[in-house]
Design a protein around this ligand. Structure first.
Ligand SMILES: [Zn+2]
Length: 228
């Protein structure tokens, strides 16, 4: 396969293998989703969905929830267009992707953190004002007390029944933001510690030293295994 072919291997191809085991079913799913999305009249939301779908591989229910959470956060925090946001996602599932592709919060630039608590929730904050240690933030969660009013969405959320992404997204479009609960708070930002590089006395490789340990984390873990 040439590089050109690999680059041409588009996200829409990927969805066939990730979300559905049967390519014919996947195509049918795509058509159903296209129909579902016809209900949306906001061109900006459609633009967001388009970007997230190609980045994530397809429009999963969780990815759509992430888009709605981002939009709530931007409104509640009164973020200017293009203003840099920081996010902590409380799950690895789907939610991080809309924040990566739409808000530029990535693992690499440290504007995306993941606390894997397995919760459909995010905490979003703005940069602190110069000289301030507190930053305005909002925690948004998909609230089970509210999804309970939409039985099929609730079944998807609680995994008590197999509900397709097309059906769940359709319900979320109708429910708009009524299924979320959010809380605004000021969070204290921690000072960035100075980065210190050391050479591990065991493997000789360089590593970022957090305290004054002499071994890199890999060697500490290996030693831990040996001791047990
Ligand atoms: Zn080492």
């Amino acid at each position: 396969m040439s590089l050109g072919d690999m680059l041409n291997h588009t996200a829409s191809d990927v969805s066939i293998h990730t979300d559905h085991d049967n390519p014919f079913k996947a195509d049918a799913g795509k058509e159903v989703m296209a129909d579902v999305l016809k209900k949306i009249t906001d061109p900006y939301l459609l633009f967001q969905i388009d970007r997230v779908s190609s980045f994530h591989g397809y429009l999963s229910t969780g990815a759509f929830i992430g888009i709605q959470m981002l939009n709530i956060a931007k409104r509640v925090l009164d973020a200017a267009p293009g203003e840099q946001l920081y996010v902590t996602c409380e799950t690895y599932n789907c939610l991080p992707d809309p924040f990566q592709i739409l808000a530029g919060c990535t693992i690499g630039n440290k504007k995306l953190k993941i606390k894997d608590h397995g919760k459909m929730a995010v905490v979003v904050n703005k940069k602190a004002e110069v000289g301030q240690k507190l930053a305005r933030s909002v925690r948004i969660m998909l609230d089970p007390a509210k999804t309970a009013q939409y039985p099929r969405l609730h079944e998807w959320y609680m995994k008590t029944c197999k509900v397709s992404h097309e059906e769940a997204v359709s319900i979320l479009i109708d429910a708009r933001e009524s299924v979320y609960t959010y809380e605004i708070m000021d969070i204290e930002l921690q000072e960035k510690p100075e980065k210190c590089i050391a050479l591990c006395i065991n493997c000789g490789e360089s590593f970022v030293r957090k305290n004054d340990e002499a071994l890199c984390l890999a060697c500490i873990e290996k030693n831990g295994v040996l001791k047990e």
